[in-house]
Design a protein around this ligand. Structure first.
Ligand code: M6R
Length: 612
């Protein structure tokens, strides 16, 4: 998805902007550009392709400006091409704009502006923005210090859709205006300088003090000042918040790829997410939540709504909330949820899971649930992300920044947080005392068991070398293991481009077994003592048909039956996915490496999907 960076200060802006864009590369993009205010007016350098191509553009080294905006584009309206790259200027080259999001009424606005003499040079929705600002700027006969802001506000009032905008104006060489609506944007406060970005990791090395913006707040930035205004341009006060992530947690720390680093960060991510919530002898507390016993008892349903990997964490959450808390729980894919008219009322609790907190479908599903009267709870990894501003309450995974497109530590942190939430609900409801006590004990030893599990890397790598050229791989499991099969299949396809499918093992003979032929790879997960025998007999059926098999298990199995067996430590079934997924995260990683692919930035994918 698109990324935004901005700088206003006393240093040369262009290297800071390009450096920021490089840190946003993981989001996925197809073109990049920057614009600065120079003595002679606005500069603009952009092209399709990688950010580092900007270094080769003629004149880039001559830029001296200390104010600038920058963008990586992920094409939505118009193909990846220089003319469609951001920044975009108005016809008179007075304003330069970068934009994340989608202007839904851009056809209408383009028609209006064309009728008023404006010409368009790109196929983008964004190009209407600088021209519309220019239109209002020209209409305004007052030449005071608010003119730039008034024109921006009038233009934004006409925009439908989502937008995070950075705007510079040649007539205001010491200012920049930024605004967001349904698209991420934060401001990092430095000493005599301000940084702007769509994603905190891009500027973490410069500051940890951030202003988090609400929808439709306008900010006029100067070098040592930031003035905030509401949608009617009334001044508002805003305080900075400190982000605890440090810059090195957003770097590779000696690992070859972010994904590998993030897989190995899972013991820490789990420790941090558990934090001080599970003290022996005391009830689990969430400062952010005050659900009463009566409220929880009165619930008719919990919905867990999310996309992709976060939805798979929701499947593990369903198991916990139904079994431990006895509350009917449904898991929904966010992009489907909002169009299927779900049955929701004030006795429904809707929980939204999103690593980034910026996934458009998840946010839209949240808004719908709120409108229908449900209480909403966000589970996210990013403080101040859009979802936290929409939800009634938010709780956080403490996984640190996840940079690789393939989600790993976010998934396991979401599962543990859902388990902690389950404990909190069960303790509030005063039920399942024994199960809760056992789960708490098993959680305490989980980080060291993750460390133990990670030791399987060598065996996994060897198996990966055997199968990296395959076209199809099948993942099987029963019960909670089936949810891990789904997550593992997603991981394999997204970074290795191998077709991977997952099935409940018992479902095999109802169709998919027709696809099993000699030498095909079947991977199964077996962590449930009550189901292991049944899964083994399903695997026997594929072995008979010539499949090669990899088994991930914490049970006693006859190792000789299978090609490779990865033994993992035993733990509580509620949190077993946190261990069983690890060998399969590693398998996807090693297969992708073996194929020479870009593990962290797989083709066609973006880290956070901020459009529908
Ligand atoms: O930021 P979110 O958790 O809302 O993202 C949801 C999905 O887009 C994400 O989990 C996606 O499926 C990952 N690339 C999977 O590895």
């Amino acid at each position: 998805m698109c990324g935004i960076v901005g700088y206003i200060g006393t240093k040369k802006a262009s290297p800071i902007l390009i450096n920021g864009l490089l840190r946003l590369e993981y989001r996925g993009y197809d073109s990049a550009g920057i614009s600065t205010i120079e003595k002679e007016g606005l500069s603009m350098m952009k092209d399709k392709g990688r950010v580092k191509n900007l270094y080769h553009l003629e004149g880039i080294d001559n830029l001296e400006g200390t104010i600038g905006i920058a963008h990586t584009r992920w094409a939505t309206h118009g193909k990846p091409a220089k003319e469609n790259s951001h920044p975009h200027m108005d016809n008179s080259k007075t304003f330069s704009v970068v934009h994340n999001g989608i202007i839904e009424n851009y056809h209408e606005l383009r028609k209006f502006l064309t009728e008023h003499g404006y010409t368009f040079y790109s196929q983008t929705d964004t190009e209407v923005v600088p021209n519309l600002i220019h239109y209002y700027y020209n209409q305004d006969t007052n030449h005071d210090e608010m003119k730039f802001l008034r024109a921006t506000k009038n233009a934004c009032n006409d925009l439908k859709g989502s937008f995070a905008l950075e705007i510079i104006c040649k007539d205001y060489p010491d200012h920049m205006i930024v605004i967001r609506k349904d698209s991420p944007l934060v401001i990092g406060k430095g000493e005599g300088e301000n940084y702007i970005c769509s994603d905190i990791p891009a500027i973490l090395s410069f500051t940890r003090e951030f202003y988090l913006l609400e929808d439709f707040e306008f900010v006029v930035l100067a070098r040592d000042d930031a003035k905030f205004y509401d949608k009617d341009l009334n001044p508002i006060n805003k305080k900075t918040q400190t982000i605890e992530w440090n810059a090195s947690s957003a770097e590779k720390d000696g690992y070859e790829d972010y994904m590998l680093k993030e897989i190995y960060e899972q013991p820490t991510a789990i420790r941090e997410t558990i934090g001080a919530k599970l003290n022996e002898g005391t009830k689990c507390e969430f400062e952010e939540l005050n659900y009463s016993k009566d409220y929880l008892k009165g619930l008719n349903k919990i919905y867990l709504v999310a996309c992709g990997t976060a939805m798979h964490a929701g499947l593990a959450g369903k198991n916990i909330l139904e079994r431990l808390c006895k509350i009917p729980t449904e898991v929904d894919i966010a992009s489907e949820f909002r169009y299927r008219n779900p049955i929701i009322d004030d006795k429904t609790l809707c929980i939204f899971i999103s690593q980034s907190g910026e996934t458009a479908d998840t946010i839209a599903a949240l808004k719908l649930s709120r409108e229908k009267g449900a209480k909403t709870l966000a589970i996210t990894n990013v403080i101040g992300s859009s979802i936290t501003r929409e939800a009634d309450n938010s709780i956080y995974t403490h996984a640190g920044p996840e940079i690789a497109v393939a989600s790993t530590k976010a998934y396991t942190s979401q599962v543990i947080l859902l388990a902690i939430l389950g404990i909190y609900f069960a303790e509030t409801l005063e039920i399942s005392e024994n199960e809760v006590a056992a789960l708490k004990q098993d959680m305490a030893t989980l980080p060291s068991k993750i460390e133990e599990t990670l030791k399987c890397a060598k065996t996994v790598k060897e198996f990966g070398k055997r199968i990296y050229q395959e076209k199809d791989v099948f993942f099987l499991g029963r019960g909670i293991d089936e949810t891990v099969a789904r997550e593992s299949a997603l991981k394999l396809k997204e970074i290795s481009y191998i077709h991977a499918d997952s099935y409940p093992a018992g479902e095999l003979k109802h169709g998919p077994i027709a696809l099993i032929e000699n030498d095909i790879t079947v991977i199964s997960i077996m962590t449930d003592s009550k189901l292991v025998e049944k899964t083994v007999s399903n695997i026997q059926e594929v072995i008979t048909r010539g499949a090669k098999t990899l088994v991930v298990t914490n049970q006693k199995v006859d190792d000789k039956m299978f090609d490779t067996v990865i033994h993992i430590p035993e733990t509580n079934p509620f949190i077993a996915p946190i261990l069983s997924v690890i060998p399969l995260q590693l398998l996807s990683y090693y297969i992708s490496k073996e194929k020479g692919l870009d593990v962290d930035k797989p083709r066609n994918l973006a880290k956070s999907v901020t459009v529908e």
